[in-house]
Design a protein around this ligand. Structure first.
Ligand SMILES: *[C@@H]1O[C@H](CO)[C@@H](O)[C@H](O)[C@H]1NC(C)=O
Ligand SMILES: *[C@@H]1O[C@H](CO)[C@@H](O)[C@H](O)[C@H]1NC(C)=O
Ligand SMILES: *[C@@H]1O[C@H](CO)[C@@H](O)[C@H](O)[C@H]1NC(C)=O
Ligand SMILES: *[C@@H]1O[C@H](CO)[C@@H](O)[C@H](O)[C@H]1NC(C)=O
Length: 461
């Protein structure tokens, strides 16, 4: 395209000659408002030559017509170079310089290009920057970027870089976890000026979820208690409180309170009639979720403070228990747990010997008659006027002469005395037995209390 062979008759001899451009094809990369010069140098060979500049079929300049002006920003120099000042993004494109000679020579053309670099801009899809879907729905969000050179797009979610397999302007994923809710920001960067960002707030609608802080609360008459439910839901949930299945009537003594996501029921000056099962019920248009909280006068689970060997067959224990009413008695359970397979619990009823109101009650107990060189485990329960507490965590100990402690034993034992069997010894259960806020505790507890009452009956008759 840049050269063409022509046969010319000069002084009666046909000679062949090429005519071509001296200037090289160029792509001018520049910025907005700058001035660009595109060259167009042709060997004139003394032949009259006209040069015209074109862009997209529009003529910009004509050396044969110096008065031709399409755009005041465009000027053609004597050496045929084209100058464009104040370039704008829309000036990007191909520029054709066309040199024309008398008919036998025809014309030749050279193509140059201008690329006006400009900073990125970006807009989100959906344009409003917000998207709400139901849990499980497909999410589709995108960012449409402009800029020269074309920007690269990266994504951030809640201010954390998202690790994607490849660069993409569109994100598509199932909203299968509500933790995917949040702000998605795309960043378009092309190295020119500052990166541009656009954000989309994704909201996932889901049925309320409740995390009761404590599913069991110990209180004494006269106290102020607070029952908390941490509720998360979208749309925001409506919270109702129930007591023994009945909607609660609020009063100056029983009020509700909301702070952030925590909904609380506050009972001032607790009465014995307030003991029982409460429920916080959270509802939105996707469903209803409820969580039980028991308000009780029974003691918190006891915990061992100390366990020290006294002799080859005696051990000393000190435990503590929180109770707002005096402790009447304790149950001390112990059994061998290793090396042989299965042992029944031995249960001792120990009078508290104290009228102390509390809240902290401490007890020292000497367990005698143990076998030497043996591994044991023990737990303790406390009874006040409202009933038996949950069992403490299991305390393990060994009498003098026991071989070094090994971790290879497996302890999965079953309370065998009564029908509602409880597996004790698995770490998960021990944890749930010892935590006053585990939902599973509540399920285990009543059967355990029945079991203990039965045992007590058997041992006292
Ligand atoms: C170019 O000039 C225009 C008008 O004077 C101005 O608004 C714009 O910011 C300038 N652009 C750059 C990249 O300097
Ligand atoms: C064309 O002329 C201008 C001004 O006379 C000069 O600055 C420029 O270098 C020339 N272009 C070439 C390619 O010689
Ligand atoms: C939801 O996401 C959270 C946080 O990434 C994660 O801990 C949880 O296991 C996920 N839940 C499900 C059901 O995948
Ligand atoms: C346990 O034994 C120690 C040492 O014999 C004794 O000092 C302590 O009073 C005993 N404690 C109880 C509660 O019997």
């Amino acid at each position: 395209m840049s050269s063409r062979w022509h046969s010319v008759l000069v002084f009666g001899i046909w000679i062949s000659s090429s005519w071509s451009f001296n200037s090289a094809q160029t792509t001018a990369r520049t910025y907005q408002n700058k001035t660009v010069v595109l060259p167009c140098h042709v060997d004139s060979l003394g032949v009259p030559t006209t040069v015209r500049w074109w862009k997209d079929d529009r003529q910009l300049a004509d050396s044969g017509d110096p008065n031709f002006v399409l755009d005041p920003r465009v000027k053609m120099w004597d050496n045929m170079s084209l100058e464009i000042s104040q370039v704008q993004p829309e000036d990007s494109g191909e520029y054709v310089c066309q040199a024309t000679r008398p008919s036998s020579w025809g014309h030749v053309t050279q193509v140059h290009a201008i690329e006006v670099m400009y900073p990125p801009s970006v807009h989100s899809v959906p344009e409003a920057g917000e998207l709400e879907v139901n849990l499980g729905d497909e999410v589709e969000i995108a960012c449409i970027a402009k800029g020269v050179p074309y920007p690269s797009i990266s994504w951030r979610m809640k201010d954390e870089e998202m690790k994607l397999l490849d660069e993409r302007s569109k994100l598509r994923f199932p909203a299968d976890n509500r933790s995917l809710s949040g702000r998605y920001t795309c960043v378009a960067d092309n190295g020119v000026g500052d990166p541009a960002t656009a954000a989309i707030e994704l909201r996932i609608r889901y049925k309320p979820e409740i995390e009761p802080k404590k599913s069991w609360i110990h209180a004494a008459p006269g106290m102020r208690v607070q029952l908390d439910c941490r509720v998360s839901a979208w749309p925001e949930a409506l919270i109702d409180w129930y007591f023994e299945g009945e909607k609660i009537h609020f009063s100056s003594r029983i009020v509700k309170h909301t702070a952030d996501q925590v909904h609380s029921l506050i009972i001032r000056n607790v009465r014995a009639t307030d003991y029982g099962y409460y429920q916080c019920k959270a509802s939105n248009n996707l469903g209803v979720t409820e969580a039980p909280i028991e308000l009780s006068g029974i003691a918190n689970a006891a915990f061992f403070k100390e366990a020290n060997p006294m002799s080859r067959n005696a051990y000393n224990f000190i435990w503590e228990v929180d109770s707002y009413s005096p402790i009447i008695e304790y149950q001390f359970w112990f059994r061998k747990y290793w090396p042989s397979e299965r042992h029944d619990w031995h249960k001792l009823f120990i009078p508290s010997g104290s009228e102390a109101i509390g809240p902290l009650h401490s007890k020292c107990f000497n367990l005698t008659g143990l076998a030497p060189a043996t591994y044991y485990e023990a737990l303790v329960l406390a009874r006040n006027r409202y009933g038996w507490s949950k069992p403490s965590k299991v305390q393990r100990f060994s009498t003098e002469g026991a071989p070094p402690h090994k971790e290879h034993y497996k302890v999965v034992e079953v309370y065998s005395e009564s029908a509602p069997a409880v597996v004790l010894g698995s770490p998960a259960l021990q944890q749930s037995l010892s935590e006053s806020n585990g939902a599973s505790t509540r399920k285990i507890l009543p059967s355990l209390i029945i079991l203990i009452s039965t045992l007590r009956y058997l041992t006292t008759t």
